[in-house]
Design a protein around this ligand. Structure first.
Ligand code: MLT
Length: 375
């Protein structure tokens, strides 16, 4: 039985893939081969040494110490796109709540006196809640990945114009303006939505300098990561009426209760459908890695998927990218197929063998590897 440790509750759909005849998925696994999690922070976590893979059912991986995992030869997966539709739908809500005084109006009506004349009170009071339409306005999208693309398509259908920036995207077939200069997004947008991970390059990118380039009255949506936005600067910009609204599902102590900032819990991916999709994708990726060594959607190791051509398979992760392929080829005498892929300073080698690998050869490969598995 292969033990999988779950560090968060995960959709039961994982058991359709990591089936109970072969896998036991529990919150107290003692000797787990892999970990599956959602937002549990692994930064101060003492991970069992038996673990060879970690799968996050979600896109962001800032709760996982990626470099430390890489050094241990542990493959980290995420599930890009699996919750993109759920996030897109919350962006549409955020656009509307940033435009129309829906939130303020709901609070107001909830607190009306039930004096038998509520209908009259709401008709009289509604003039305080006049908003603006999104039709014809420009949405700036920072990050044109799975979520950004879905958002672009959805708002085009609602009559918005779109300008997008993504340093990794140089062309698109969407009917949008794609710019290579993020300042164009800041300058031209009535609304800006962020869909990038929190990296040293993106953290704090919405700050007083970038806000100064934006249109007066811009509305900013952040359902990505809290660290992208400088709290002090956004609060000042709201107070100065430079930014009309800031909507985020990543609130913290600094921005709670500030007029003009609409905070919601981290609900972007919190739909039954997204939770199932992420769990299924994470489980499929783990299974293929555990059983066949194949890697898809890893955030630290190269992509490599190879059909098995022998009865035994040796999988080697190494940071000796110059020599590891020749070392594996020279050490294993019964190779019937060999493939490799590199990513940064990591090389991954899959060797298929006609008969079981010689133990001495495996020990010798281990000297130059971060991890060696015989499957
Ligand atoms: C993600 O990273 O996929 C989203 O922020 C949702 C989540 O953290 O679960």
């Amino acid at each position: 039985m292969v033990e999988i440790l779950k560090l968060n509750e995960i959709s039961n759909m994982v058991s359709n893939i990591l089936t109970p005849d072969k896998y036991s998925i529990t919150a107290d696994a003692k000797d787990p081969k892999a970990i599956i999690l959602r937002s549990f922070s692994m930064h101060d976590y003492n991970m069992p040494s038996s673990v060879v893979a970690v799968a996050r059912a979600g896109a962001g991986v800032n709760n996982i110490p990626i470099d430390a995992m890489t050094q241990k030869g542990v493959c980290v997966f995420n599930t890009p796109g699996a919750n993109a539709n759920a996030v897109k739908e919350l962006v549409i809500f955020a656009l509307l709540v940033a435009s129309r005084k829906i939130y303020e109006g709901i609070n107001w009506t909830q607190n009306l006196d039930k004096d038998g004349a509520v209908a009259k009170q709401v008709e009289k009071g509604k003039k305080a809640f006049v908003g603006q339409e999104i039709f014809g306005k420009t949405l700036g999208i920072v990050g044109l990945g799975a979520i950004g693309k879905l958002v672009a398509n959805a708002v085009l259908a609602l009559g918005m114009k779109v300008i997008a920036y993504d340093p990794f995207v140089t062309s698109t077939d969407l009917a949008i303006e794609l710019t290579s200069n993020i300042n164009d997004v800041y300058a031209k947008s009535d609304y800006i939505t962020l869909h990038v991970p929190a990296t040293p390059q993106t953290k704090n990118s919405i700050n007083k300098d970038s806000i100064a380039l934006m249109k007066d009255g811009v509305r900013i949506i952040n359902l990505a990561r809290g660290e992208l936005v400088n709290n002090d600067d956004i609060k000042q910009a709201i107070a100065d009426k430079k930014v009309a609204k800031y909507v985020t599902d990543l609130p913290n102590d600094d921005i709670l209760g500030v007029e003009g900032i609409i905070t919601i819990p981290h609900l972007g991916a919190s739909t039954a459908e997204a939770e199932d999709n992420c769990a299924v994708m994470a489980a499929n990726q783990l299974k293929d890695f555990l059983e066949n060594g194949n890697i898809v959607n890893s955030v630290n190791f190269p992509k490599l998927q190879v059909e098995r051509v022998g009865n035994y398979r040796v999988c080697v992760i190494s940071n000796d990218i110059e020599n590891i392929l020749s070392k594996v080829s020279a050490s294993l005498k019964n190779i019937v197929g060999i493939s490799s892929a590199t990513r940064g300073n990591i090389c991954y080698v899959i060797a298929d063998l006609s008969s079981n690998a010689d133990a001495t050869a495996i020990e010798s490969i281990k000297e130059d590897a971060l991890s060696v598995r015989v499957l």
